[in-house]
Ligand binder design. Structure first.
Ligand code: SF4
Length: 208
């Protein structure tokens, strides 16, 4: 038996939310075979166990069926987006897809969850994510520091508002890079923000 690894699988960011097709589930089942674990994570990804020597082949099969495949573990998770119930344009589907492409799967000191809500109703619970984006009519607001786990929970705080579409990806990727460069060991993102302060982070992304 070869070495086992995990890959993360998610459907594309789309209107309707995390929608799988029956064909995609059939592809997953056929590609994995029997006696392997499929885990439903709390961040809208399936974790699949695969043999290391079959990882590339299985990844290609899953991608051909329209699924997206990401690394598992200490990385930024794929964007945890809402259902875009207000429609693709009004809820900013294209921007969310672009954001996902830019941020998913980056190695980080601790796993990072990045959320997206297409309006201020925030039904995807954006303020419980490490970083989140909320579309406010024609601009975007970025929040940081949501922590729903444990007994010391916290709600994310506003970092910057009034961002244009073009400013959004640079701001979020700058936050990720800053965390990667300055975290102390396996420091959680919320603790990191408390240490470096929200004000310093605001200065760091100002002018982007
Ligand atoms: S956040 Fe707004 S646009 Fe997105 S699903 Fe919820 S209500 Fe709809």
């Amino acid at each position: 038996m070869g070495e086992i690894t995990k890959i993360a699988v998610a459907p594309p960011i789309q209107v309707g939310g995390s929608l799988f097709t029956p064909e995609q589930f059939a592809t997953i089942g056929a590609a994995l075979g029997t006696n392997v674990k499929i885990e439903m994570t709390p961040f809208k990804q399936l974790y699949l166990e695969v043999h290391l020597d079959q990882q590339e082949l299985i990844t290609a099969q899953l991608e051909r069926s329209g699924l997206e495949v990401y690394p598992a573990g200490f990385v930024t998770k794929s964007l945890i987006a809402c259902n875009f119930c207000k429609g693709a344009e009004e809820a900013g589907l294209e921007v969310a897809q672009r954001l996902n492409q830019s941020i998913a799967g980056i190695e980080t000191p601790m796993p990072l969850k990045i959320g997206y809500a297409g309006c201020a109703l925030g039904t995807s619970e954006p303020l419980l994510k490490d970083i989140s984006v909320v579309k406010m009519r024609n601009t975007y607001e970025v929040f940081v520091g949501g922590e729903p786990k444990g007994l010391k929970t916290s709600i994310a705080q506003s970092l910057v508002s009034g961002l244009t579409e073009d400013q959004l990806v640079p701001v979020v990727t700058t936050l990720i890079n800053y965390y990667k460069a300055n975290a102390k060991g396996k420091e959680k993102f919320k603790k990191f923000i408390d240490r470096v302060t929200l004000e310093q982070l605001q200065q760091h992304v100002a002018g982007l």
